[in-house]
Design a binder for this molecule. Structure first.
Ligand SMILES: Cc1ncc(COP(=O)(O)O)c(C=O)c1O
Length: 442
């Protein structure tokens, strides 16, 4: 515990170093030690740090106009950011509402879905369906939607009622089936849930397009999303895709849903939207939904810091760099290199159960027995031990636990799009060495 401090830290760990500087993909602490941030914190820092262009645009906006309440004024910067996003957005998504965090954006999305139904005369639709083993944030509303048990348990009584279905996680299929024979049973589970709740009551289905924090980069089978999209259309259920982690180029396309040929009713963005320079999140929706809400008198929602011109300046500068430097193409190239290195180093490791991912988002799942996929008991805290060993050696990855019931261990790799080949080699060899060292201690 840091004694001489007034900061309310999240954990009592006294060994957390003080970060004093960042250089590109690296963080430097007060002792001068350097860390390769191979997860960009929580998969946030898409461009690396210290970008002069982002700092310049933010500085200019601060001097020019740093606040104007969004119900009293619009601003050119927010207009430009929305236009830029609309240029790249999945088909039909043309209207963007800006906030600060991913959790706030998720809550805004489910309120928007409800209001769209009200505007279209479907007053009885309010219920939300989401998935187990999902992550949508930790505010009470976002946590109600999320399906990560360890975060929900202390607050269960306080969460609102959301129906959760099983996720598309072929490695540990909830139905005991295997792909493709399963006929994507996990997608038809949505239809079952809608029928059980009563289609006239169901407002939205919320899910991560590619699972992030909780299922460590598990990519659904190809036809999963087209099935889900059709079920949503059949029952007038709005499809809300959470691309807080996987949007803005992380998967090698601007938005992950492009890989599956679908477009949602509402897309949720955060993290990489400003690359971590300032807190910025957004929802995007279709013109038809926006017009329905406007015809009803506007969106019954708000926020002091919504549509903030300074965070918008950071978002705009971030997108300009992505475009100028063709960084999303680079994601695919570097992603292939990362996968090759991971396969070579860990593909036959007896305690690696799976290496999976897309673009520059990869998960390495650790198991006690590779043949049966038996997980390590959670009490052994294998992920945490490995994470600490890596951190000690100067490589930062992202933890993912609870993938197999309450057990299950994985690490997520999500480096900046600017990662260099030698940095990939360094991170993979450090991961391999650290894994050997941690397992020796058992
Ligand atoms: C997919 C997804 N949705 C929502 C969130 C919540 O975002 P925030 O932590 O900014 O509230 C996260 C954060 O990790 C996330 O990964």
């Amino acid at each position: 515990m840091k004694q001489a401090s007034n900061v309310f830290y999240r954990h009592p760990d006294a060994s957390v170093p003080t970060a004093v500087k960042a250089e590109g993909n690296w963080i430097i602490d007060a002792s001068g030690k350097r860390y390769l941030d191979a997860s960009g914190g929580a998969i946030v820092v898409n461009l690396g740090q210290g970008r002069q262009e982002v700092a310049n645009e933010v500085y200019k906006q601060l001097l020019h106009l740093w606040y104007a309440h969004p119900t009293m004024f619009d601003t050119k910067t927010v207009e430009k950011l929305a236009k830029k996003l609309a240029d790249h957005a999945p088909e039909g998504i043309s209207r963007f509402y800006f906030m600060t965090t991913g959790s706030e954006a998720i809550e805004t999305a489910i309120k928007l879905a409800r209001q769209v139904h009200m505007a279209k005369g479907r007053e009885s639709k309010w219920q939300v369906i989401s998935r187990w083993k999902s992550y949508h944030g930790l505010s009470v509303g976002a946590l109600s939607v999320a399906g990560r048990t360890s975060f929900r348990t202390p607050y269960t009584q306080m969460l609102f009622s959301v129906e959760h279905i099983s996720p598309p996680y072929c490695l540990r299929c909830s139905y005991g089936l295997s792909y493709p024979k399963c006929d994507v049973r996990c997608a038809s589970a949505l239809e079952d849930a809608i029928l059980n709740l009563g289609p006239e009551t169901v407002s939205a289905f919320v899910a991560e397009t590619v699972s992030g924090a909780t299922l460590a980069a598990a990519v659904p089978p190809t036809e999963y999303w087209s099935r889900i999209s059709n079920i949503c259309k059949k029952y007038d259920v709005l499809l809300v895709l959470d691309e807080v982690m996987v949007g803005m180029g992380r998967t090698g396309k601007w938005f992950a849903c492009e890989h599956f040929g679908i477009s949602p009713d509402i897309i949720v963005l955060g993290k990489g939207l400003s690359g971590g320079s300032l807190p910025l999140s957004a929802i995007g929706t279709k013109e038809e939904h926006y017009q329905a809400i406007m015809a009803m008198g506007g969106f019954n929602h708000g926020g002091t810091f919504s549509h903030h011109p300074v965070t918008a300046a950071a978002g705009l500068a971030t997108i300009n760099i992505l475009e100028r430097d063709n960084l999303i193409e680079r994601v695919s190239k570097m992603g292939r290199m990362l996968k090759k290195n991971l396969d070579q180093a860990l593909g036959n490791h007896p305690n690696v159960g799976d290496i999976r991912g897309i673009g520059l988002l990869w998960g390495v799942e650790l198991v006690e027995n590779r043949e049966t996929l038996k997980p390590f008991p959670r009490g052994q805290k294998i992920t945490e031990k490995l994470w600490h060993m890596l951190f000690k050696k100067g490589v930062i990855l992202y933890k993912s636990v609870g993938l197999a019931g309450r057990d299950g261990d994985a690490l997520v790799i999500g480096p900046p799009f600017t990662i260099k080949p030698q940095e990939i080699e360094y991170l993979v060899s450090t991961l391999k060495d650290s894994l050997t060292q941690v397992l020796k201690e058992f």
